[in-house]
Design a protein around this ligand. Structure first.
Ligand SMILES: Nc1ncnc2c1ncn2[C@@H]1O[C@H](COP(=O)(O)OP(=O)(O)OP(=O)(O)O)[C@@H](O)[C@H]1O
Ligand SMILES: [Mg+2]
Length: 135
């Protein structure tokens, strides 16, 4: 991975890699394929493969959704996890970040900053990606 001082462009580069912003110079390849286009122009499958854990979960997770809804969304978008198995899988994801079933019905304003960060991490893993960028 790359590093660098605050403001050197890590998050900006990550946003290009996941296709949140268009690049106007250079090239990005992933598995020998060009991915230098915004996410709307990418296949759903490519979007699934590259996930990001954002630095600021407060600005990137929807405060009107419960933790369960936030973690179920990637299944609906990318993964054919059958509906009746989704809750079980969400609980597994919560446990993998040391949160439990009791967090399912919580809203973001009901959990701590570190717990929000964990929800963001679990959400990235929910898509079963090949690459997770933390930035
Ligand atoms: N939306 C934006 N519009 C204009 N400038 C921006 C925008 N986002 C970031 N910048 C600027 O681009 C530069 C790189 O920002 P970026 O967020 O990529 O830094 P970073 O390396 O992730 O920093 P940190 O380690 O503090 O998270 C900074 O100078 C920042 O002020
Ligand atoms: Mg950053």
């Amino acid at each position: 991975m790359w590093g660098g001082g605050s403001g050197c462009g890590k998050t900006s580069l990550a946003r290009c890699i996941i296709g949140l912003v268009d690049i106007n110079n250079g090239k990005i390849t992933f598995n020998n394929t060009n991915i230098g286009m915004i996410s709307q122009k990418r296949s759903i499958e490519l979007c699934r493969k590259i996930q990001m854990v954002f630095q600021n979960p407060e600005a990137t997770l929807n405060p009107q959704k419960t933790v369960e809804q936030l973690l179920t969304r990637p299944f609906a978008l990318y993964n054919p996890v059958p509906k009746k198995e989704r809750r079980k899988r969400v609980i597994e994801l919560l446990e993998s970040v040391k949160l439990g079933e009791r967090y399912l019905s919580r809203f973001l304003h009901e959990i701590s900053g570190g717990e929000k960060q964990r929800v963001g991490i679990a959400r990235a893993f929910a898509a079963n990606p090949e690459l997770i960028i933390c930035g």
